[in-house]
Design a protein around this ligand. Structure first.
Ligand code: ADP
Ligand code: 5GP
Length: 186
């Protein structure tokens, strides 16, 4: 059976990590793509599990060696997806799960076309998004404002993908996400 690339895309603070963590627990066979990033580690994050946290020079080296299938600058930091992880996973017929920004989602869709399915998750409003970012308590004011600014741009793209879910009520949103993933991997 052909493996699929399932890309979750949402403005920062929408709740995608919360939803993805539930999905990983319910679908242990989905292989999680651990991205590389230059952003500082947040409290509670684990290097190698949430991200591979890299120094800027190391990230640039990986770009030079062509080790990323896609990489992008998001909110003043760099993020990239391992080429080997994707190639090996697909060769083994696995379903792979990604958390990418719109640039990453576009790049993966362009390369893998219908093998890639992008699920965009939107917040009920930008005001609610700001509340969630503030209540999460992981980012400075400057970072929060940068993420909100970026969110307005990403939200303009919400109709460009395969599926759209609103994360107003977390239970309802999760049920929708689970149903969509069940259809993709069936
Ligand atoms: P993201 O990974 O998209 O940046 P998180 O999963 O970290 O977002 O969620 C941001 C904050 O919003 C967290 O504090 C999380 O508990 C909260 N959150 C997530 N979904 C909801 C929801 N449906 N209603 C209210 N708060 C939510
Ligand atoms: P965060 O810093 O909140 O973990 O993630 C910030 C943004 O970077 C999110 O929109 C997330 O989807 C995106 N992101 C995480 N990993 C990658 C990646 O490997 N490539 C791209 N293009 N975006 C990523």
């Amino acid at each position: 059976m052909e493996g699929k690339l399932i890309v979750i895309c949402a403005p920062s603070g929408t709740g995608k990590s919360t939803l993805i963590n539930r999905l990983k627990a319910d679908y242990p066979t989905l292989e999680w793509s651990v991205s590389c990033t230059t952003r500082p580690m947040r409290a509670g994050e684990v290097n190698g599990k949430d991200y591979h946290f890299l120094a800027h020079d190391d990230f640039q080296n990986q770009i030079s060696q062509d080790l990323f299938i896609e990489w992008a600058r998001v909110h003043s930091n760099f993020y990239g997806t391992s080429k080997v992880f994707v190639d090996q996973g697909l060769a083994q017929g696995k379903h792979l799960l990604f958390d990418l920004d719109v640039q990453g989602a576009d790049a993966i869709k362009k390369i893998y076309q219908d093998t890639a399915k992008v699920i965009f998750i939107e917040p009920p409003s930008v005001e609610e998004l700001e509340k969630r970012l503030r209540s999460r308590g992981t980012d400075t004011d400057k970072v929060i404002l940068e993420r909100i600014d970026n969110a307005r741009k990403e939200l303009m793209r919400k109709h460009d993908y395969d599926f759209l879910i609103m994360n107003d009520d977390i239970e309802g949103a999760y049920q929708k996400l689970r149903d969509i993933v069940a259809r993709i991997v069936k």
